[in-house]
Design a protein around this ligand. Structure first.
Ligand SMILES: [Zn+2]
Length: 333
């Protein structure tokens, strides 16, 4: 079949790399999967074989304790040989262990971003942008309305909001994804001397962060008791209307996500405070990444794929949304 990207076939089930007889971030269990990072929408349970960074494999195992497949760890920059092509992982700056996948051979080269972010991160290795013939880029925030403030200013706003709530005698509750955002928020608050209570879904992943050199001296698990005055409770967004949150009578909820730029997320999550703390590239970063990779063609997927492809085309860059079979929904992460 003809493909708009070298070394990749776009099939109804997702992206297939024939040189490695492997699927990239397949949604369903696959005999061999190349997994960009451990968020559930990229790391389905039950693969026969998983190729990923050591960190991603560690998180994958913790999230899928019954997994009996085979792990193939790949370091950043290490090249695995396939039939007529080499596969190399590059950091994507999204979460701990997250990678972009680059395949190069006689047909040319292709870079698949997975989820990525170019700005400062406390726990992710900074993204690289290796030049490639074709770029397959995520476009979660591929509209010009999505421009995030610099991370240091967001961190300062987070600390100030928590302190202000505590001075008023209310418990700050952060709605943050269990993998990535929760740990980053805990590190930010620990640096400010503010203790945190972590939901079990985030807490159980801490050993993987500790193995990577991060420490959480001011964090404890929610299982050891509800948050007390002076502590900050961090839970996944889906907990906003559950007893974990509602039993805290004097509370103030902050929502940490790129989607916090949408005023509607205030009502959706009962959040008083919106902090657009994102692990994804914003619109300008998407443009910058495409510029630096300098491909002859861009394939867009995830989120605003059609809009961002149109925007790139209007700037003279050949860009098309990945075939319908490869489309993902606009979910974060
Ligand atoms: Zn992700």
């Amino acid at each position: 079949m003809t493909s708009p990207a070298p070394h990749l076939e776009i099939r109804p089930e997702g992206l297939y790399a024939p040189a490695f007889d492997a699927w990239i971030d397949p949604h369903a269990p696959a005999p061999r999967a190349i997994v960009s990072h451990a968020h559930a929408d990229h790391a389905a349970a039950g693969h026969g074989e998983v190729w990923a960074t050591r960190e991603t494999l560690g998180i994958y195992r913790r999230r899928n304790p019954d997994w009996i497949g085979e792990a193939r760890p790949l370091a950043f920059g290490e090249t695995a040989r396939g039939i007529g092509a080499g596969l190399t992982l590059f950091p994507s700056g999204h979460i701990l262990g997250s990678a972009q996948v680059r395949i190069e051979g006689a047909e040319g080269s292709v870079l698949y971003t997975g989820d990525f972010r170019r700005g400062f991160s406390r726990t992710a290795t900074p993204a690289e942008a290796p030049p490639s013939d074709v770029l397959v880029t995520e476009t979660t925030f591929g509209l010009p309305v999505f421009r995030f403030p610099a991370r240091p200013s967001l961190e300062a706003r987070l600390v100030a909001a928590c302190r202000a709530a505590q001075e008023e005698g209310v418990i700050p509750i952060l709605l943050a994804y269990a993998l990535g955002k929760s740990q980053e928020a805990a590190l930010v608050l620990a640096e400010a001397g503010i203790p945190t209570v972590l939901h079990g879904a985030a807490w159980k992943l801490l050993p993987e962060y500790e193995a990577a050199g991060f420490t959480f001296p001011l964090s404890r698990a929610y299982d050891s008791g509800p948050a007390r005055p002076g502590e900050v409770l961090i839970v996944p967004p889906h907990c906003a209307r559950t007893p974990v949150v509602r039993q805290v009578k004097k509370r103030r909820i902050a929502y940490l996500s790129g989607w916090a730029l949408r005023e509607a997320s205030r009502a959706e999550h009962d959040a008083e405070i919106l902090l657009p703390f994102s692990d994804h590239a914003d619109f300008d970063e998407l443009l910058a990444h495409a510029g630096q990779v300098a491909p002859r063609r861009v394939l867009t997927h995830h989120g605003y794929a059609r809009d961002f492809a149109r925007i790139l085309s209007s700037r003279g860059v050949e860009a098309i949304p990945l075939a319908e079979g490869g489309e993902r929904s606009a979910e974060d992460p």
